[in-house]
Ligand binder design. Structure first.
Ligand code: PRX
Length: 573
């Protein structure tokens, strides 16, 4: 057994101290009272995020701070109200949008992206955000499948849109200078200049569509995950109890809105809570990120393990050049947070990094480390109040503590996806009876903490032993030479599978047979003999999704000489 590091609650993290009481007494009906629709019955996410805050007297408060290198733009809630109304007017005047029509947004992060996205929501459209690095095939597949009627993009990215092959696409709203408009192309900036700041919001019902995120499944085909307006209740609540958002916070979620984290927690949760929201454009570098934390006095910071590992790799001296004293709460999502990273966070930031587990399909946090809870390094934490989780077998029977199985959620949490676009069979395939089966394997310990083990299809059986690749990867990255590691099961005639590790080394280290042997011994001695990689391959780079997850599926395909499947989410910079 690996020694589990435990991180106690200090005065820094007072929220949710009595988890059991909060879980027992939770009632979504109580949370509903925080929304304007509780009184009016009229739903619109954009209204709740922006206009309602203005009505509550927060009009002059900073809503959005956008930073791109040395350029900083700031918008109050009132200014956001005007801009989003203008954007809604531009869209309305140029396209005949009906409730539920799909408007896709394909552009790099900038304030205009947020105006267009919220403006689209004010029209009652379903928004489909696309990550700016998608290439033609990925863009086409998504626009085609969703039947998008309008696309908002930039002149540069428009070159990746095969307009002639997309018959449903009626209008393209281009955000740039010198746009030559025609009957298909709309000049957004010109439209904004002329547009009124008054707009009659289209009111919706709680089950009406909100957002359509495409995500890759284990079969590799991207699928459109549709969320409903009602997701807001869980996004709001988790913003309060997990992100710990308070009135004076300056909050920065590093995710792009092309991914669910960048909408649920990069737009909705902070603004539903009336908090100042930071968006940073441009590329990652330790200097630019620490610079943003310092310059904007960020207090709550939500990022991902891959970023933390890169920051860790950059060395502790970089951290010390910045004043990060305003940062009071740090969170992580998207892939397993290695205990080593949590430990490093304590050492260099003197902050606990709070892991959160959820998925595109779940729409909001489901299993989390609350600010008021003891953290156990490597555990995803405990279920959000209002969400029922369990470990089930392949028939949907609940398994006892400490048994590995399918991580499942009881159908009916508020932010749950409502459908897979044009694929009901796929949607149904997620469920066994009342359990939504996540595709992740995990176990729950005797204290109710959940421990991620891998995607179900990644679990390695070697010589009759079941091994989670994450455990091995976590061990590997503790080795002084290793930057990142991805582990797969490689078929073996004798052992069923053997453990194979793909490894990138830190700059100062060179590949060698001695190093391989050293790494093997390190895992063997630190974890278990059967977990030690029998094969090690050094790589310059590992295949990762844009959100930073190492794609074991691609490693496996390399290994077995199989087709790599859908790589639209692959980071190939
Ligand atoms: O395998 C789990 C992993 O990411 C999957 C969901 O990916 P996606 O839909 O892209 O959403 C990512 C951000 C919400 C999950 O099935 N995952 C997500 N969070 C964690 C995680 N794996 C381990 N620990 C986590 N905290």
């Amino acid at each position: 057994m690996v020694q589990v590091e435990k991180y106690k609650v200090t005065d820094q993290y007072p929220n949710m101290k009595d988890y059991d009481a909060a879980y027992e007494s939770h009632d979504w009906a109580e949370i509903e009272k925080q929304f304007s629709w509780y009184e009016t019955g009229k739903f619109n996410m954009a209204y709740e995020c922006i206009d309602y805050n203005v009505e509550k007297g927060l009009g002059n408060k900073q809503a959005l701070i956008f930073k791109n290198n040395d350029v900083i733009e700031r918008y109050t809630f009132k200014e956001m109200q005007d801009k989003t109304n203008q954007a809604a007017n531009v869209l309305k005047d140029n396209a005949n949008i009906e409730k539920g029509d799909r408007i896709f947004i394909f552009m790099p992060r900038s304030p205009e992206l947020y105006f267009a996205l919220l403006g689209s929501l004010k029209l009652g459209a379903i928004v489909g955000p696309l990550f700016e690095a998608f290439m033609e095939k990925a863009v086409k597949d998504r626009l085609e499948n969703s039947g998008a009627r309008v696309l908002v993009t930039t002149p540069e990215l428009l070159t990746r849109v095969p307009v002639d092959e997309l018959p449903s696409l009626e209008k393209i709203v281009v955000i740039g200078d010198d746009v030559s408009a025609d009957d298909k192309i709309v000049d957004f900036r010109k439209g904004m200049n002329d547009a009124s700041t008054a707009f009659d919001i289209v009111w919706l019902d709680k089950e009406d569509g909100l957002i359509l995120h495409y995500t890759s499944g284990s079969t590799g085909v991207p699928k459109g995950v549709l969320h409903a307006q009602y997701a807001m209740i869980q996004q709001y609540y988790s913003g309060k109890v997990v992100l710990d958002l308070k009135e004076d916070d300056v909050y920065w979620c590093t995710a792009d809105p092309g991914w669910v984290t960048g909408t649920s927690y990069g737009i909705f949760a902070p603004w539903l809570n009336g908090v100042t929201n930071v968006v940073v454009g441009g590329r990652f570098s330790p200097e630019s990120w620490y610079g943003a934390l310092e310059d904007l006095k960020v207090t709550v910071w939500y990022s991902a393990p891959t970023a933390f590992r890169m920051l860790m790799g950059a060395g502790d001296e970089v951290v010390n050049q910045y004043d990060l004293s305003h940062v009071r709460h740090v969170l992580s999502v998207g892939e397993p947070l290695n205990p080593e990273v949590v430990k490093w966070g304590m050492d260099v930031y003197n902050r606990r990094i709070h892991d959160t587990w959820w998925m595109t399909e779940t729409g909001a946090h489901c299993i989390v480390n609350f600010p008021g809870m003891e953290i156990r390094g490597g555990s995803m934490g405990k279920p959000l109040p209002g969400v029922e989780a369990a470990i089930v077998d392949d028939q949907g029977n609940e398994l006892p503590e400490n048994r590995m199985g399918n991580l499942a959620l009881k159908r009916g949490w508020p932010a749950m996806m409502r459908k897979i676009w044009k694929n009901d069979a796929k949607y149904d395939s997620y469920f066994i009876n009342d359990w939504y089966v996540s595709g992740d394997s995990a176990y729950k310990d005797e204290d109710g903490y959940y421990w991620f083990q891998g995607r179900v299809d990644d679990v390695i059986m070697t010589a009759g032993e079941r091994v989670g690749p994450f455990e091995i990867e976590s061990k590997l990255v503790e080795h002084e030479a290793i930057q990142e590691a991805g582990v797969i099961g490689k078929p073996d005639p004798i052992r069923g599978e053997i453990v194979k590790a793909f490894i990138t080394l830190k700059k100062e280290y060179k590949p060698s047979d001695e190093l391989k042997e050293d790494i093997r011994l390190f895992v063997k001695n630190g974890l278990a003999a059967h977990a030690a990689p029998r094969e090690i391959e050094f790589k310059d780079k590992l295949p990762k999704t844009r959100s930073g997850k190492i794609m074991r599926r691609v490693l496996k395909a390399w290994e077995l000489n199989l087709p790599e499947g859908d790589l639209s989410a692959l980071d190939d910079d």
